[in-house]
Design a protein around this ligand. Structure first.
Ligand code: G6P
Length: 486
Protein backbone atom coordinates (compact mmCIF):
# COMPACT_ATOMS: atom_id res chain seq x y z
CA UNK A 1 0.00 0.00 0.00
CA UNK A 2 1.20 3.51 -0.79
CA UNK A 3 2.78 5.15 2.23
CA UNK A 4 1.50 8.33 3.88
CA UNK A 5 4.71 10.08 2.83
CA UNK A 6 5.34 10.33 -0.91
CA UNK A 7 8.66 11.53 -2.24
CA UNK A 8 8.50 12.77 -5.81
CA UNK A 9 11.70 13.40 -7.74
CA UNK A 10 12.61 13.24 -11.40
CA UNK A 11 14.81 10.23 -10.70
CA UNK A 12 14.20 7.14 -8.68
CA UNK A 13 17.10 6.46 -6.31
CA UNK A 14 18.26 3.57 -8.50
CA UNK A 15 19.32 3.46 -12.15
CA UNK A 16 20.22 0.58 -14.43
CA UNK A 17 23.90 0.24 -15.40
CA UNK A 18 24.26 -1.87 -18.51
CA UNK A 19 27.23 -4.15 -18.93
CA UNK A 20 27.86 -6.97 -21.43
CA UNK A 21 24.23 -7.68 -22.27
CA UNK A 22 23.23 -7.63 -18.58
CA UNK A 23 23.62 -5.08 -15.87
CA UNK A 24 22.76 -4.07 -12.33
CA UNK A 25 20.76 -1.46 -10.48
CA UNK A 26 23.02 1.08 -8.81
CA UNK A 27 22.40 4.29 -6.93
CA UNK A 28 21.43 7.19 -9.20
CA UNK A 29 23.95 10.02 -9.62
CA UNK A 30 23.95 13.39 -7.90
CA UNK A 31 23.47 15.11 -4.58
CA UNK A 32 19.67 14.81 -4.48
CA UNK A 33 19.72 11.02 -4.35
CA UNK A 34 22.79 10.91 -2.08
CA UNK A 35 21.01 13.04 0.50
CA UNK A 36 17.48 11.69 0.22
CA UNK A 37 18.52 8.08 0.09
CA UNK A 38 20.23 8.52 3.47
CA UNK A 39 17.54 10.76 4.93
CA UNK A 40 14.79 8.31 4.09
CA UNK A 41 16.63 5.06 4.80
CA UNK A 42 14.83 4.67 8.14
CA UNK A 43 11.40 6.01 7.11
CA UNK A 44 8.58 4.31 5.31
CA UNK A 45 7.78 6.20 2.12
CA UNK A 46 6.79 5.79 -1.49
CA UNK A 47 9.32 7.25 -3.94
CA UNK A 48 7.89 8.21 -7.32
CA UNK A 49 10.28 8.94 -10.19
CA UNK A 50 11.81 8.02 -13.53
CA UNK A 51 14.14 5.01 -13.93
CA UNK A 52 16.74 6.83 -16.07
CA UNK A 53 15.80 4.81 -19.16
CA UNK A 54 13.15 5.61 -21.77
CA UNK A 55 10.18 3.23 -21.60
CA UNK A 56 10.17 2.74 -25.39
CA UNK A 57 13.93 2.21 -25.66
CA UNK A 58 15.04 -1.08 -27.19
CA UNK A 59 16.83 -3.51 -24.94
CA UNK A 60 16.08 -6.05 -22.23
CA UNK A 61 12.84 -5.44 -20.31
CA UNK A 62 13.72 -4.08 -16.89
CA UNK A 63 12.12 -5.03 -13.61
CA UNK A 64 12.58 -2.04 -11.36
CA UNK A 65 13.32 -3.08 -7.76
CA UNK A 66 10.13 -2.74 -5.75
CA UNK A 67 11.78 -1.35 -2.66
CA UNK A 68 14.91 0.35 -1.46
CA UNK A 69 15.37 0.29 2.32
CA UNK A 70 11.98 1.27 3.70
CA UNK A 71 10.84 2.94 0.46
CA UNK A 72 8.50 1.52 -2.11
CA UNK A 73 9.59 2.57 -5.62
CA UNK A 74 7.08 3.60 -8.29
CA UNK A 75 8.16 4.36 -11.83
CA UNK A 76 6.92 7.26 -13.95
CA UNK A 77 7.43 6.05 -17.54
CA UNK A 78 8.93 8.58 -19.97
CA UNK A 79 9.34 8.00 -23.70
CA UNK A 80 12.60 8.70 -25.54
CA UNK A 81 10.96 11.79 -27.02
CA UNK A 82 10.05 13.05 -23.55
CA UNK A 83 13.50 12.31 -22.17
CA UNK A 84 15.02 14.31 -24.99
CA UNK A 85 12.62 17.26 -24.70
CA UNK A 86 11.90 17.36 -20.94
CA UNK A 87 15.05 16.00 -19.25
CA UNK A 88 17.75 16.88 -21.76
CA UNK A 89 15.88 19.90 -23.12
CA UNK A 90 13.94 22.08 -20.72
CA UNK A 91 15.51 20.73 -17.51
CA UNK A 92 19.13 20.54 -18.52
CA UNK A 93 19.54 22.94 -21.43
CA UNK A 94 17.26 25.69 -20.03
CA UNK A 95 16.67 25.56 -16.27
CA UNK A 96 20.02 24.08 -15.21
CA UNK A 97 22.24 26.72 -16.87
CA UNK A 98 19.83 29.57 -16.07
CA UNK A 99 19.61 28.66 -12.39
CA UNK A 100 23.42 28.36 -12.21
CA UNK A 101 24.04 32.00 -13.09
CA UNK A 102 23.87 31.26 -16.83
CA UNK A 103 27.49 30.04 -16.71
CA UNK A 104 26.65 28.22 -19.98
CA UNK A 105 24.33 29.49 -22.72
CA UNK A 106 20.61 28.98 -21.98
CA UNK A 107 18.32 27.48 -24.64
CA UNK A 108 14.80 28.97 -24.77
CA UNK A 109 12.42 26.63 -26.57
CA UNK A 110 8.62 26.69 -26.51
CA UNK A 111 8.34 23.06 -27.50
CA UNK A 112 10.55 21.78 -24.67
CA UNK A 113 8.52 23.85 -22.19
CA UNK A 114 5.36 22.16 -23.45
CA UNK A 115 6.92 18.76 -22.83
CA UNK A 116 7.99 19.95 -19.37
CA UNK A 117 4.33 20.77 -18.65
CA UNK A 118 3.19 17.41 -19.99
CA UNK A 119 5.75 15.48 -17.93
CA UNK A 120 4.88 17.44 -14.77
CA UNK A 121 1.25 16.54 -15.50
CA UNK A 122 2.17 12.84 -15.83
CA UNK A 123 3.93 12.89 -12.46
CA UNK A 124 0.98 14.75 -10.96
CA UNK A 125 -1.60 12.24 -12.20
CA UNK A 126 0.36 9.33 -10.75
CA UNK A 127 0.84 11.08 -7.40
CA UNK A 128 -2.81 12.13 -7.28
CA UNK A 129 -4.01 8.59 -7.83
CA UNK A 130 -1.48 7.01 -5.40
CA UNK A 131 -1.58 9.40 -2.45
CA UNK A 132 -3.79 8.24 0.45
CA UNK A 133 -6.12 10.82 1.96
CA UNK A 134 -4.26 13.61 3.84
CA UNK A 135 -0.89 12.28 2.70
CA UNK A 136 2.31 14.32 2.78
CA UNK A 137 3.82 14.81 -0.66
CA UNK A 138 7.42 16.03 -0.84
CA UNK A 139 8.36 17.21 -4.33
CA UNK A 140 12.01 17.72 -5.27
CA UNK A 141 13.95 19.94 -7.57
CA UNK A 142 13.84 21.97 -10.74
CA UNK A 143 12.47 19.22 -12.97
CA UNK A 144 9.06 19.35 -11.22
CA UNK A 145 8.31 22.99 -10.42
CA UNK A 146 4.82 22.97 -11.96
CA UNK A 147 3.73 19.93 -10.00
CA UNK A 148 2.74 21.59 -6.68
CA UNK A 149 0.03 23.76 -8.25
CA UNK A 150 -1.22 20.96 -10.51
CA UNK A 151 -1.48 18.61 -7.55
CA UNK A 152 -3.19 21.13 -5.28
CA UNK A 153 -5.98 21.51 -7.84
CA UNK A 154 -6.54 17.74 -7.99
CA UNK A 155 -5.89 16.89 -4.35
CA UNK A 156 -6.55 19.80 -1.97
CA UNK A 157 -6.43 17.37 0.99
CA UNK A 158 -2.69 16.59 0.76
CA UNK A 159 0.19 18.59 2.28
CA UNK A 160 2.67 19.58 -0.41
CA UNK A 161 6.31 20.41 0.29
CA UNK A 162 8.80 21.46 -2.36
CA UNK A 163 12.58 21.56 -2.00
CA UNK A 164 14.91 23.08 -4.60
CA UNK A 165 18.32 21.39 -4.55
CA UNK A 166 19.98 23.86 -6.90
CA UNK A 167 20.38 27.67 -6.62
CA UNK A 168 17.44 29.96 -7.36
CA UNK A 169 18.77 32.68 -9.67
CA UNK A 170 18.62 36.45 -9.04
CA UNK A 171 15.51 38.17 -10.49
CA UNK A 172 17.46 39.69 -13.41
CA UNK A 173 18.26 36.18 -14.62
CA UNK A 174 15.02 34.44 -13.66
CA UNK A 175 13.09 37.26 -15.34
CA UNK A 176 14.50 36.20 -18.73
CA UNK A 177 12.50 32.99 -18.63
CA UNK A 178 9.44 33.36 -20.88
CA UNK A 179 7.57 30.96 -18.55
CA UNK A 180 8.61 32.69 -15.32
CA UNK A 181 5.05 33.27 -14.07
CA UNK A 182 3.97 29.70 -14.73
CA UNK A 183 6.99 28.45 -12.76
CA UNK A 184 6.35 30.78 -9.82
CA UNK A 185 2.67 29.89 -9.70
CA UNK A 186 3.56 26.22 -9.98
CA UNK A 187 5.80 26.48 -6.91
CA UNK A 188 3.30 28.59 -4.96
CA UNK A 189 0.93 25.62 -5.07
CA UNK A 190 3.05 24.10 -2.27
CA UNK A 191 2.44 24.58 1.47
CA UNK A 192 6.17 24.80 2.17
CA UNK A 193 8.96 25.77 -0.26
CA UNK A 194 12.54 25.14 0.87
CA UNK A 195 15.83 26.37 -0.55
CA UNK A 196 19.46 25.50 0.16
CA UNK A 197 20.54 28.97 1.23
CA UNK A 198 19.18 32.31 2.42
CA UNK A 199 20.43 33.85 -0.88
CA UNK A 200 18.36 31.46 -2.99
CA UNK A 201 15.34 32.20 -0.80
CA UNK A 202 15.85 35.95 -1.17
CA UNK A 203 16.12 35.62 -4.95
CA UNK A 204 12.88 33.66 -5.04
CA UNK A 205 11.04 36.20 -2.88
CA UNK A 206 12.27 39.07 -5.06
CA UNK A 207 10.82 37.35 -8.14
CA UNK A 208 7.55 36.52 -6.36
CA UNK A 209 7.16 40.15 -5.28
CA UNK A 210 8.01 41.49 -8.73
CA UNK A 211 6.10 39.05 -10.91
CA UNK A 212 3.04 37.84 -8.99
CA UNK A 213 0.31 39.43 -6.85
CA UNK A 214 1.54 37.42 -3.85
CA UNK A 215 3.37 39.23 -1.03
CA UNK A 216 6.08 37.92 1.23
CA UNK A 217 6.96 38.77 4.83
CA UNK A 218 8.77 37.00 7.69
CA UNK A 219 9.01 33.60 6.08
CA UNK A 220 5.43 33.47 4.80
CA UNK A 221 3.90 34.35 1.43
CA UNK A 222 0.28 35.47 1.16
CA UNK A 223 -1.21 34.25 -2.08
CA UNK A 224 -4.46 36.11 -2.88
CA UNK A 225 -7.45 34.07 -4.00
CA UNK A 226 -9.07 34.27 -7.42
CA UNK A 227 -12.41 33.09 -8.83
CA UNK A 228 -11.61 29.39 -8.30
CA UNK A 229 -9.09 29.37 -5.48
CA UNK A 230 -9.15 30.63 -1.88
CA UNK A 231 -6.40 32.88 -0.51
CA UNK A 232 -3.59 30.83 1.04
CA UNK A 233 -0.41 31.19 3.01
CA UNK A 234 2.77 29.47 1.84
CA UNK A 235 5.69 28.95 4.20
CA UNK A 236 9.21 29.46 2.84
CA UNK A 237 12.64 28.90 4.32
CA UNK A 238 16.26 27.97 3.83
CA UNK A 239 17.04 24.36 4.80
CA UNK A 240 20.71 23.63 3.98
CA UNK A 241 20.90 19.98 3.01
CA UNK A 242 23.51 17.64 4.47
CA UNK A 243 24.84 14.08 4.53
CA UNK A 244 24.72 10.96 6.69
CA UNK A 245 27.60 11.75 9.04
CA UNK A 246 27.36 8.51 11.04
CA UNK A 247 27.43 6.33 7.94
CA UNK A 248 30.51 8.04 6.50
CA UNK A 249 32.22 8.17 9.90
CA UNK A 250 31.57 4.43 10.36
CA UNK A 251 32.92 3.61 6.89
CA UNK A 252 36.05 5.62 7.65
CA UNK A 253 36.85 3.29 10.55
CA UNK A 254 36.48 0.00 8.65
CA UNK A 255 39.62 -1.93 7.71
CA UNK A 256 38.36 -2.31 4.18
CA UNK A 257 38.06 1.43 3.49
CA UNK A 258 41.24 2.29 5.40
CA UNK A 259 43.18 -0.29 3.40
CA UNK A 260 41.69 1.02 0.19
CA UNK A 261 42.78 4.54 1.14
CA UNK A 262 46.33 3.25 1.65
CA UNK A 263 46.13 1.43 -1.66
CA UNK A 264 45.04 4.60 -3.47
CA UNK A 265 48.11 6.43 -2.21
CA UNK A 266 50.49 3.63 -3.03
CA UNK A 267 48.98 3.16 -6.51
CA UNK A 268 49.67 6.85 -7.08
CA UNK A 269 53.33 6.36 -6.14
CA UNK A 270 53.02 7.43 -2.48
CA UNK A 271 53.07 11.15 -3.16
CA UNK A 272 53.87 13.50 -0.32
CA UNK A 273 50.76 15.51 -1.19
CA UNK A 274 47.62 14.23 -2.87
CA UNK A 275 45.18 16.84 -4.20
CA UNK A 276 41.73 15.56 -5.15
CA UNK A 277 38.71 16.75 -7.15
CA UNK A 278 35.47 14.71 -7.31
CA UNK A 279 32.62 15.99 -9.46
CA UNK A 280 29.91 15.07 -11.91
CA UNK A 281 31.37 16.21 -15.23
CA UNK A 282 29.41 19.45 -15.36
CA UNK A 283 30.35 22.95 -16.56
CA UNK A 284 29.15 24.39 -13.24
CA UNK A 285 31.87 22.55 -11.31
CA UNK A 286 34.80 24.74 -12.41
CA UNK A 287 37.03 21.77 -13.26
CA UNK A 288 38.88 23.62 -16.02
CA UNK A 289 39.75 26.65 -13.90
CA UNK A 290 40.87 24.35 -11.08
CA UNK A 291 43.14 22.48 -13.47
CA UNK A 292 44.54 25.71 -14.86
CA UNK A 293 45.53 26.85 -11.35
CA UNK A 294 47.20 23.53 -10.59
CA UNK A 295 49.07 23.37 -13.88
CA UNK A 296 50.41 26.89 -13.31
CA UNK A 297 51.57 25.90 -9.82
CA UNK A 298 53.46 22.94 -11.27
CA UNK A 299 54.92 25.02 -14.09
CA UNK A 300 56.10 27.72 -11.71
CA UNK A 301 57.70 25.15 -9.42
CA UNK A 302 55.45 26.04 -6.47
CA UNK A 303 54.20 22.44 -6.49
CA UNK A 304 56.83 19.77 -6.96
CA UNK A 305 55.70 17.22 -9.61
CA UNK A 306 57.98 14.58 -8.05
CA UNK A 307 56.11 14.64 -4.79
CA UNK A 308 52.62 15.94 -5.61
CA UNK A 309 49.72 14.34 -7.49
CA UNK A 310 46.42 15.92 -8.51
CA UNK A 311 43.69 13.33 -9.12
CA UNK A 312 40.46 14.42 -10.78
CA UNK A 313 37.57 11.95 -10.64
CA UNK A 314 34.77 12.98 -13.01
CA UNK A 315 31.57 10.97 -13.23
CA UNK A 316 29.71 10.82 -16.55
CA UNK A 317 26.61 13.01 -16.60
CA UNK A 318 23.87 14.05 -19.09
CA UNK A 319 25.93 12.78 -21.98
CA UNK A 320 23.32 13.53 -24.64
CA UNK A 321 23.20 17.25 -23.84
CA UNK A 322 25.43 19.29 -26.16
CA UNK A 323 26.94 21.49 -23.43
CA UNK A 324 28.02 18.38 -21.55
CA UNK A 325 29.65 16.90 -24.62
CA UNK A 326 31.50 20.17 -25.07
CA UNK A 327 32.67 20.44 -21.45
CA UNK A 328 33.94 16.87 -21.59
CA UNK A 329 35.99 17.68 -24.68
CA UNK A 330 37.34 20.82 -23.03
CA UNK A 331 38.23 19.17 -19.73
CA UNK A 332 39.78 16.13 -21.35
CA UNK A 333 41.67 18.32 -23.87
CA UNK A 334 43.09 20.35 -20.98
CA UNK A 335 43.97 17.20 -19.01
CA UNK A 336 45.70 15.73 -22.08
CA UNK A 337 47.78 18.89 -22.54
CA UNK A 338 48.68 18.99 -18.84
CA UNK A 339 49.70 15.32 -18.83
CA UNK A 340 51.77 15.88 -21.98
CA UNK A 341 53.56 18.88 -20.47
CA UNK A 342 54.12 17.60 -16.96
CA UNK A 343 54.63 13.83 -17.14
CA UNK A 344 57.83 11.93 -16.62
CA UNK A 345 58.36 8.50 -18.12
CA UNK A 346 55.84 6.13 -16.56
CA UNK A 347 54.33 8.64 -14.16
CA UNK A 348 52.33 11.86 -14.19
CA UNK A 349 51.44 14.40 -11.49
CA UNK A 350 48.02 14.76 -13.15
CA UNK A 351 45.70 11.75 -12.93
CA UNK A 352 42.19 11.56 -14.36
CA UNK A 353 39.39 9.01 -13.98
CA UNK A 354 36.17 9.33 -15.97
CA UNK A 355 33.87 6.90 -14.19
CA UNK A 356 31.14 6.53 -11.61
CA UNK A 357 32.80 5.50 -8.38
CA UNK A 358 30.82 3.45 -5.81
CA UNK A 359 29.98 5.82 -2.95
CA UNK A 360 31.74 3.72 -0.29
CA UNK A 361 34.96 3.71 -2.33
CA UNK A 362 34.81 7.48 -2.55
CA UNK A 363 35.24 7.65 1.21
CA UNK A 364 38.62 5.91 0.75
CA UNK A 365 39.65 8.53 -1.80
CA UNK A 366 38.58 11.30 0.61
CA UNK A 367 40.66 9.68 3.35
CA UNK A 368 43.64 9.43 1.04
CA UNK A 369 43.53 13.10 -0.04
CA UNK A 370 45.57 15.75 1.77
CA UNK A 371 43.76 18.59 0.05
CA UNK A 372 40.24 18.44 -1.39
CA UNK A 373 39.41 20.92 -4.14
CA UNK A 374 35.72 21.82 -4.39
CA UNK A 375 35.70 24.85 -6.66
CA UNK A 376 32.36 25.14 -8.50
CA UNK A 377 31.38 28.32 -10.34
CA UNK A 378 27.92 27.92 -8.79
CA UNK A 379 26.43 25.06 -6.77
CA UNK A 380 23.24 24.67 -4.73
CA UNK A 381 25.09 23.03 -1.82
CA UNK A 382 27.83 20.53 -2.88
CA UNK A 383 27.81 17.43 -0.75
CA UNK A 384 31.31 16.33 -1.78
CA UNK A 385 32.65 19.11 0.47
CA UNK A 386 30.61 17.81 3.42
CA UNK A 387 31.47 14.17 2.69
CA UNK A 388 35.18 15.01 2.69
CA UNK A 389 34.84 16.69 6.09
CA UNK A 390 32.82 13.77 7.49
CA UNK A 391 35.49 11.28 6.39
CA UNK A 392 38.37 13.15 8.12
CA UNK A 393 37.76 11.58 11.51
CA UNK A 394 41.30 12.43 12.65
CA UNK A 395 40.72 16.19 12.15
CA UNK A 396 43.30 16.33 9.38
CA UNK A 397 43.22 17.17 5.69
CA UNK A 398 42.33 20.51 4.10
CA UNK A 399 39.33 21.73 2.14
CA UNK A 400 39.60 24.42 -0.54
CA UNK A 401 36.02 25.52 -1.19
CA UNK A 402 34.26 27.90 -3.57
CA UNK A 403 32.34 30.83 -2.07
CA UNK A 404 29.77 30.15 -4.78
CA UNK A 405 28.76 26.74 -3.43
CA UNK A 406 25.98 26.68 -0.83
CA UNK A 407 28.41 24.75 1.41
CA UNK A 408 30.66 27.83 1.41
CA UNK A 409 28.02 29.60 3.52
CA UNK A 410 28.32 27.05 6.31
CA UNK A 411 31.90 25.79 6.10
CA UNK A 412 33.55 29.09 6.92
CA UNK A 413 36.80 27.49 8.11
CA UNK A 414 37.59 25.99 4.74
CA UNK A 415 40.09 27.84 2.54
CA UNK A 416 37.37 29.82 0.76
CA UNK A 417 38.08 30.94 -2.80
CA UNK A 418 36.58 32.70 -5.81
CA UNK A 419 37.06 30.12 -8.60
CA UNK A 420 37.37 32.83 -11.26
CA UNK A 421 40.35 34.37 -9.44
CA UNK A 422 43.14 32.05 -10.60
CA UNK A 423 45.84 33.77 -8.50
CA UNK A 424 43.62 33.67 -5.41
CA UNK A 425 42.88 30.00 -6.02
CA UNK A 426 46.58 29.25 -6.44
CA UNK A 427 47.41 31.06 -3.19
CA UNK A 428 44.70 29.13 -1.32
CA UNK A 429 45.90 25.78 -2.69
CA UNK A 430 49.46 26.54 -1.60
CA UNK A 431 48.32 27.68 1.83
CA UNK A 432 46.30 24.52 2.27
CA UNK A 433 49.22 22.34 1.10
CA UNK A 434 51.70 24.11 3.37
CA UNK A 435 49.50 24.65 6.44
CA UNK A 436 50.85 23.32 9.72
CA UNK A 437 49.30 20.27 11.34
CA UNK A 438 47.87 22.49 14.07
CA UNK A 439 46.24 24.88 11.64
CA UNK A 440 44.73 22.01 9.64
CA UNK A 441 43.42 20.39 12.82
CA UNK A 442 41.90 23.66 14.04
CA UNK A 443 40.11 24.26 10.76
CA UNK A 444 38.99 20.67 10.27
CA UNK A 445 37.65 20.34 13.77
CA UNK A 446 35.55 23.47 13.27
CA UNK A 447 34.34 22.20 9.86
CA UNK A 448 33.42 18.88 11.42
CA UNK A 449 31.41 20.60 14.12
CA UNK A 450 29.51 22.57 11.47
CA UNK A 451 28.69 19.39 9.53
CA UNK A 452 27.82 17.30 12.58
CA UNK A 453 25.37 19.94 13.83
CA UNK A 454 23.24 19.50 10.73
CA UNK A 455 23.12 16.00 9.42
CA UNK A 456 20.69 14.87 6.75
CA UNK A 457 18.33 13.11 9.18
CA UNK A 458 17.87 16.37 10.99
CA UNK A 459 17.39 18.21 7.69
CA UNK A 460 14.53 15.93 6.59
CA UNK A 461 12.93 15.90 10.05
CA UNK A 462 12.98 19.70 10.25
CA UNK A 463 11.49 20.05 6.79
CA UNK A 464 8.74 17.50 7.39
CA UNK A 465 7.84 18.79 10.83
CA UNK A 466 7.40 22.34 9.49
CA UNK A 467 5.42 20.98 6.54
CA UNK A 468 3.09 19.13 8.91
CA UNK A 469 2.81 21.84 11.56
CA UNK A 470 -0.71 22.64 12.70
CA UNK A 471 -0.50 26.44 12.42
CA UNK A 472 1.75 29.46 11.87
CA UNK A 473 2.71 29.73 15.53
CA UNK A 474 3.96 26.16 15.56
CA UNK A 475 5.97 26.89 12.40
CA UNK A 476 7.54 29.96 14.02
CA UNK A 477 8.43 27.93 17.14
CA UNK A 478 9.90 25.06 15.12
CA UNK A 479 11.95 27.46 13.03
CA UNK A 480 13.31 29.23 16.07
CA UNK A 481 14.18 25.99 17.79
CA UNK A 482 16.03 24.73 14.72
CA UNK A 483 17.79 28.09 14.18
CA UNK A 484 16.73 28.07 10.55
CA UNK A 485 17.39 31.25 8.55
CA UNK A 486 14.25 32.92 7.22
C1 G6P B 1 21.80 17.42 -9.13
C2 G6P B 1 20.32 17.75 -9.23
C3 G6P B 1 19.47 16.51 -9.19
C4 G6P B 1 19.95 15.52 -10.22
C5 G6P B 1 21.43 15.23 -10.03
C6 G6P B 1 22.00 14.27 -11.07
O1 G6P B 1 22.09 16.93 -7.86
O2 G6P B 1 19.97 18.66 -8.19
O3 G6P B 1 18.12 16.83 -9.43
O4 G6P B 1 19.20 14.32 -10.16
O5 G6P B 1 22.15 16.44 -10.12
O6 G6P B 1 21.70 14.69 -12.34
P1 G6P B 1 20.83 13.80 -13.34
O7 G6P B 1 20.56 14.71 -14.48
O8 G6P B 1 21.74 12.67 -13.68
O9 G6P B 1 19.60 13.35 -12.63
Amino acid sequence: MTSKVLVVANRLPVEFQESDGGGTWTRSPGGLVTALDSALSRHACTWIGWSGRACDEEGPALEIPQRLHECELLEVPLTAEEVSSHYEGFCNATLWPLYHDAVAPVVYSRSTFHTYEAVNRRFCDIVASEAPRDATVWVHDYQLQLLPQMLRRLRPDVRIGFFLHIPFPPPELFGRLPWRTQILNGLLGADLIGFQTADALENFLASVNALTPATAADGFISVPGNGNENPRTVTVGAFPISIDIDHIGALATTDEIRNLAGQVRSDLGDPRTLLLGVDRLDYTKGIELRLKAIVELFEEGALNPYETVFLQIASPSRQNVEQYQRIREQVEGAIGRAVGDLSRLGTSPIQYMYQTMPSDDLVAFYMAADVMLVTPLRDGMNLVAKEYVASRIGDDGALVLSEFAGAGRELRDAWLINPYDTDGLKRAILRAVRASKTEKARRMSSLRQAVVRHDVQRWSEEFLSILNAADQQEIIDLRERAGLPL
